[in-house]
Design a binder for this molecule. Sequence first.
Ligand code: ATP
Ligand code: ZN
Length: 290
Amino acid sequence: MKNLNNGSIKLAIQKNGRLTESTLGLLKSAGLEFEIYKQQLFSSCWNFPLNIIYLRDDDIPDYVASGAVDLGIVGENIILEQKSKVSIQLKLGFGYCSLCLAVPKESFITSSSELNNKKIATSYPQSTKRYLDEKGIEGEIVKINGSVEIAPALAMADAVIDLVSSGSTLALNDLRVIERIFNSQAVLIKNTYLSKEKKVIVQKLLTRLNGVLAAQNYKYVMMNAPTSILKIIQKIVPGLKSPTVSPLSTKGWISIQTVIKEDIFWETIEKLKEAGATGILVLPVEKLIL
Ligand code: ATP
Ligand code: ZN
């Protein structure tokens, strides 16, 4: 039996589910090399002091809180449900979903205030109880572990509180969302009492993950422009510090290189074109260390 307490840090991730593929993708993008095959309980990285442990997502917060593992990747929704004593280190930008209140399409219920004495099916009883308490509603919580959407059709409940991403599962079951309770995404969680040695390794891992996540928010842009409009372009794209400017062999023209944030990408490109930039070339950023 391999000893996993060998000075490496331990990261728990979902064994098989919605978060697994994106989690493994993120770790690989961060340059971590390890092998994965089915039925495996853990993988050891060979180029970083890290063991990856594969668990059910619901178990991950307790493993991290108790120190059985040092880090975990789970949906925020599970941390909120379990009120786990762990610290959230990073939001990871995938696994987006919302905990929503939904009712059958033909239901006369139109808002949470009409839930008094109604039955609400959910896999998230603690979050549901908190929500009802905050609203001062006396509802009956019916705990179901999976396929919550079917409960109204079976007359087990009048409403459901469940995770929704695209909403297609709800629509398929003739349910409509009437309230969004909270939004969630995958997060990196950490045990709160790490040794000094482990903190150093965790910090290195965080730098790598931050590099990948920051890169996802930026595009690298190169363009040509008449020298006369450089000041205007600098105003449109300030870059991380300032754009890189080099002369073109055509007199009176320059080449400008910079980065643009993904969320303002198209409006920035339009402004650049209006200002007179041409030959705008856009490339993805692989890593960005700020
Ligand atoms: P496990 O076998 O590990 O217990 P699970 O069936 O409980 O898996 P999944 O359905 O794989 O869990 O969901 C894992 C996480 O994915 C959720 O906790 C949530 O954070 C996120 N997620 C994103 N979109 C959705 C969605 N539409 N429905 C459910 N979870 C979603
Ligand atoms: Zn689960």
